[in-house]
Design a protein around this ligand. Structure first.
Ligand code: NAP
Length: 333
């Protein structure tokens, strides 16, 4: 059994805990919050849970072996570092770290301490994502792709009100690309590898991060366009273009429908996909596979692939952000 601790008490932590418990491979051991009352309110539905309001006490809980971190983005680094130094495996919500320097430090530290670091990039662990990835080499030449994830955030209302909620704050490494665009970058880098060039044309909001924007990733033979935003809604599908037809996906952040339109035969092929009710269950299983088999070479190779992908996604996100002139406090630290 994996003994899980939680940092961050918003809805996403409940979703992860429910996914983890559903796998029957984790129990909830401890909850950290800045306020005891908040921690207790979070944990009450899960039975026997320990609570902590300071990180030293929390990471000192000996029988907790793995910590899920879902705090504001800029806090992930220090919390992850403290967790690793206490000998805990860490599962860090996307985007795991604000800069490549932070990412490298954590990867190195986790290796030194012989613990695992996972970025909770939910979409790449979904069976549907893997199925599309397996399909790509079977099609002929890729001509391009267009991925969209754009959703109005109720917290944008606070920006319009003159406030700076965490998710729209450069102090907390927020913005549309960091929050939603990260899924698109994961899809592009996961399926096509590292681009040669990455450019982001973004519209800044009063808090000085991106509210909406379009990125172009340039590969040897094709370009991938990413459209993201948190101050508007998009209802567009995502598409991958081949010389023989077009693969249409209802999204790349949670794929539930996929169709291939064959140009030559005028055929529409529906690709069968399976999805889970709780979208975090597949990642919870993937992480457990590694955590339960730390010496298995196949699991080890999968783990290394995820770490390399996390590192590359972080590099692309940073290049995109800088090309749009978005500066995080973490850049200065
Ligand atoms: N995978 C997904 O589908 C998904 C969905 C949503 C969010 N996320 C990720 O989850 C993370 C959290 O996002 P969120 O929207 O839940 O963030 P948030 O509401 O701003 O903060 C999450 C938690 O962090 C703590 N916190 C908030 N402000 C803090 C501060 N100033 N200093 C210290 N702790 C603070 C709070 O817990 P306490 O009050 O208990 O201390 C809060 O519940 C982000 O990395 C985000 O990208 C992932």
């Amino acid at each position: 059994m994996i003994h899980l601790g939680i940092i961050g008490t918003n809805w996403i932590s409940h979703q992860f805990v429910n996914a983890a418990l559903e796998t029957k491979r984790y129990d909830l051991t401890a909850v950290y919050s800045r306020k005891l009352e908040t921690a207790q309110k979070f944990g009450e539905e899960y039975g026997d849970v320990e609570y902590a309001t300071d990180l030293k006490t929390f990471f000192g809980i000996a029988h907790m072996d793995t910590v899920y971190i879902a705090s504001p983005n800029s806090l992930h680094f220090e919390q992850a570092k403290q967790g690793i130094l206490a000998g805990k495996n860490i599962i860090v919500e996307k985007p795991a770290f604000s800069t490549p320097a932070e990412m490298e430090e954590i990867i190195e530290l986790a290796n030194q301490q012989k613990v695992f670091f996972f970025e909770a990039a939910r979409n790449i662990h979904e069976k549907s994502f893997k199925k599309i990835g397996d399909l790509l080499p079977l099609k002929n030449k890729i001509m391009g792709a267009n991925f969209t994830y754009m959703k109005y955030s109720s917290r944008y209302d606070q920006v319009l009100d003159g406030q700076e909620p965490n998710i729209f704050s450069p102090h907390f490494s927020g913005g549309a690309m960091a929050d939603l665009g990260v899924y698109l970058v994961y899809a592009a880098v996961g399926w096509f590898g590292m681009p040669n060039e990455s450019h982001y044309f973004a519209r800044k909001i009063p808090t000085d991060v991106d509210g909406i924007g379009t990125a172009i990733l340039r590969y040897d033979l094709f370009d991938v366009t990413l459209q993201t935003g948190k101050n508007a809604d998009s209802f567009l599908d995502s598409e991958i273009y081949f010389d023989g037809g077009t693969l249409i996906l209802d999204s790349v952040n949670a794929i539930s429908k996929a169709e291939f339109h064959d140009r030559n035969h005028q055929e529409r092929d529906i690709i069968e996909l399976t999805t889970e009710e709780n979208p975090m269950i597949e990642e919870a299983h993937d992480f457990a596979d590694v955590l339960e088999n730390p010496n298995d070479s196949i699991m080890g190779a999968r783990y290394e692939e995820w770490v390399e992908l996390a590192r590359n996604v972080n590099k692309v996100l940073t290049t995109l952000r800088k090309s749009a002139g978005i500066v995080f406090d973490a850049d200065k630290e």
